[in-house]
Design a protein around this ligand. Structure first.
Ligand code: HEM
Length: 524
């Protein structure tokens, strides 16, 4: 895709693993053994809990009717016996605050699994966005260890996986984490100690590495998997499943670690992309090489324009990995609103240590941009001239041909904009260019998360409010428009990321928008 895209926030979350701009998802699973509550809950493992939660969310899919799938319905189903344990609520609680208009709970959970598995040494699972969250619980149907092989084969067929795929998917799940005696006393006995308060017995000897040991140990007879060698043969579902094809699949996994990883990559991709019929997923999200990161045009209190934010550069080559941001030339060259390119308008980004970031997929650098734009000529787009060091020839990144678009027609105006307390209106002011024809419509779509019954995650509520003309602004080129509305969105009690607003204006018959403006913190 090209910038801007509805999936920019998820693309950023995919690319920026830690440091500047990251949302904390990868930190939550680093190291791979990390347990919830900052590592203070021994015997638990965030990576394993996310993967199990994603499977349980998907496991109720019915391929024949198209109902269910990875739709976040798990958030309403955590009290079901088939979802026993605190893992699911902990997972829902972690991803809930990362939801927004542009990132559903289900998309966040799927992305979490992709990042966690890669972070544990596992495969790069292609990631698509676009999952839509259910608003209520779905059908029952998560497989249980005491069920028969026949029942499991039928359940996986309903989910869309044949027997060989079932064996693969279970092995690809049961290579991290384990079985907890507190929740499965019929399967694990005598494991609870003061050091192991939940009585976890891991599936294999490398519960914190995403590798083929689950298969290698099963084949060479050293398995510790409580669902293979447990004292209670009734709950030894992994033993029944792994041997269902005469051990052929497990043998191929045991013999070839790379085959295990690639097969798990494709099976888990299918698992994450099993969504209710009618849900259209995006193309695979690949990191953009050059991308504006939270780069916006601001209307200043003195009537000027400032282009401010960051430019992100991502690469996988050795020269990208060796790059020193302080030695990287990065220059923005923009085109004004009349199509003129003025070399005087170029600026060079700066790098600073606090802007350092890492990516699981390559090397990433961020450069801050803050430059005035002359409102009389404005801005319509820019290109970036850059190189990995000052000795190299410059590359021009033009966003797939037409430059990175910046619209200067409708802009948020912080002056006198404020956020209302409970039961009080919020006021949002914008400026709209006054030399481009009639403003036939101008409105805000203000989206915030709201609590919902039966879930620890959130629903998204969007309020639409029309702007009215409010007179001059501090610039001769712009007029002020204002609106007030009641949002009651738990001001400041929720994370800033989960409130955002989009601005729209139809001016001279053309629609202009300013998307994903961040939460407004100024109280009314
Ligand atoms: C017949 C199918 C399956 C059965 C009967 C089954 C059963 C179980 C049971 C009883 C546990 C122990 C949970 C706990 O004590 O916290 C478990 C854990 C787990 N399962 Fe499965 N499972 C199945 C398939 C899958 C699949 C397909 C995946 C993912 C692809 C998966 C991923 C996991 C993970 C990651 C854990 C570890 C959770 C943790 O350590 O907190 N399972 N499973």
């Amino acid at each position: 895709y090209i910038w801007p895209s509805p999936y920019d926030i998820l693309e950023d979350a995919y690319v920026l693993s830690s440091g500047f701009g990251s949302d904390g998802t990868v930190d939550e699973v680093t190291p791979c053994s990390l347990s919830p509550a900052g590592g203070t809950t021994p015997g638990r493992q965030n990576t394993a809990e996310w993967l199990r939660t994603a499977y349980h969310d998907m496991a109720t899919h019915d391929a024949a009717t198209g109902l269910g799938g990875l739709d976040g319905s798990i958030q309403f189903e955590t009290d079901r016996p088939e979802n026993i344990g605190t893992a699911m609520n902990t997972t829902v609680e972690f991803f809930g605050p990362l939801q927004s208009k542009r990132a559903s709970f289900a998309d966040r959970l799927a992305l979490g699994v992709v990042l966690a598995i890669k972070n544990c040494g596992g495969p790069a699972i292609p990631y698509r966005a676009g999952r839509i969250d259910a608003t209520e619980a779905g059908a029952l149907g998560v497989p249980q260890p005491e069920q028969s092989l026949e029942t499991h084969v039928t359940a996986f067929a309903r989910q869309g996986f044949n027997m060989t795929e079932m064996i693969g998917l279970v092995a690809c799940g049961h290579t991290v984490g384990g079985v907890h005696e507190v929740d499965f006393p019929q399967t694990v006995r005598g494991a609870i100690t003061s050091d192991n308060p939940e009585g976890v017995v891991h599936f294999d000897d490398t519960f914190d590495v995403y590798d083929n040991h689950i298969a290698a140990q099963y084949i060479n007879g050293t398995s510790t998997d409580p669902l293979v060698v447990g004292f209670n043969t009734t709950t030894n579902s992994d033993a029944r499943i792994f041997s269902a094809d005469g051990n052929r699949t497990m043998q191929s996994f045991a013999m070839d670690p790379d085959f295990f990883l690639s097969r798990c990559g494709s099976l888990l991709e299918r698992m994450l992309n099993t969504v209710p019929e009618g849900v259209a997923l995006s193309d695979v999200i690949e990191p953009l090489e050059v991308k504006p990161h939270e780069l916006r045009l601001f209307f200043t209190s003195t009537g000027g324009l400032t282009l401010s934010g960051n430019i992100r550069i991502f690469g996988t080559s050795p020269v990208a990995a060796a790059a020193d941001p302080a030695d990287m030339p990065v220059t923005l060259i923009w085109t004004d609103r009349n199509g003129g390119v003025n070399a005087n308008y170029s600026t060079t980004g700066t790098s600073s240590p606090f802007m350092a970031a890492t990516s699981l997929w390559g090397a990433v650098q961020l450069f801050s941009v803050s430059t005035p734009i002359d409102p009389s000529t404005g801005i319509s787009s820019f290109v970036v001239d850059w190189a990995y060091n000052s000795q190299l020839a410059l590359t021009t990144s033009d966003n797939g041909g037409s430059g990175f678009p910046i619209q200067d027609v409708v802009l948020f105006q912080p002056v006198k904009s404020c956020h209302g307390a409970v039961d009080q209106n919020s006021t949002i002011n914008v400026v709209i260019r006054n030399d481009m024809g009639d403003v036939t419509s101008a409105y805000i779509e203000y989206t915030h998360s709201a609590t919902q019954l039966g879930s620890m995650a959130f629903k998204q509520i969007t309020i639409r409010a029309d702007f009215v003309h409010a007179g001059n602004s501090s610039s001769p080129f712009y007029d002020t428009y204002t609106t007030s509305f009641l949002s009651n969105d738990g001001f400041l009690s929720l994370e800033a990321d989960i409130v955002s607003f989009d601005l729209f204006a139809v001016v001279g018959g053309k629609t202009y928008s300013s998307l994903d403006n961040p939460q407004l913190f100024t109280p009314c």
